[in-house]
Design a protein around this ligand. Structure first.
Ligand SMILES: CC(C)(COP(=O)(O)OP(=O)(O)OC[C@H]1O[C@@H](n2cnc3c(N)ncnc32)[C@H](O)[C@@H]1OP(=O)(O)O)[C@@H](O)C(=O)NCCC(=O)NCCS
Length: 172
């Protein structure tokens, strides 16, 4: 659906958020590396802050997809997330999150890109119903590219959901 024309569009930079934590053994899995769920939680929290900022109120995680883990994360790494709105519709927003690490004790090391994820957040009102969000006004070539690619992912998500529903409830 098209964004609400009554709401002024916002650039991705308006709601961009970065978070960082130093990992500890409490976050480790049985292999001694950081559990993927810890990274996913941090990414979800970062994306949630972006969604709340862009939409000006509460927003919930509706879909989390394409969480790609590219490299292991080690105990003692500083994990930094960077997130922004890639696309905004009527009530939903796609938030892209990039996760990078750096050893806590070696600032000379270049940051390593360890994970990326895309989340769909839906802005809700006090009754838990979807509410309208401002449109997105991309300003840079990268932001325009991200919006274009987010539209492809949205179309894929919706058509996948429709195909599954049609298979479960075939017509007469
Ligand atoms: C998210 C939630 C509010 C959506 O409710 P709903 O009745 O499906 O709302 P709608 O059908 O009006 O859809 C709302 C928006 O979400 C989008 N959406 C819903 N499911 C989607 C999916 N699988 N893929 C992509 N978009 C989706 C719709 O396209 C719509 O977007 P638009 O308004 O920008 O066009 C509802 O499912 C919910 O409350 N879920 C629980 C969320 C939660 O608690 N998350 C925390 C983790 S436990």
């Amino acid at each position: 659906m098209a964004p609400d024309p009554d709401l002024h569009g916002l650039p991705p930079s308006y709601a961009r958020v970065s978070l960082a934590v130093v990992t500890s053994s409490a976050h480790a899995n049985l292999l001694g590396n950081i559990h993927g769920g810890e990274i996913a939680k941090l990414a979800d929290s970062t994306a949630g802050a972006v969604a709340a900022r862009h939409s000006g109120g509460p927003a919930v995680t509706a879909v989390m997809d394409e969480m790609a883990f590219l490299e292991p994360v080690h105990v003692g790494d500083i994990v930094r997330t960077m997130a922004q709105v890639n696309w905004a519709g009527r009530s939903s927003m796609e938030i892209g999150v990039r996760v990078e690490t750096q050893p806590w004790n070696d600032p000379s090391t270049t940051s390593l890109h360890v994970a990326s994820a895309y989340f769909v957040f839906v802005a809700i009102d006090g009754a838990g119903q979807a509410r309208r969000v401002p449109g997105l006004v991309p300003e840079t070539p990268d932001e325009i590219r991200r919006m274009r690619e987010a539209e492809i992912r949205r179309a894929n998500r919706l058509s996948r959901r429709e195909a599954i529903e049609a298979g479960r409830h075939p017509g007469p």
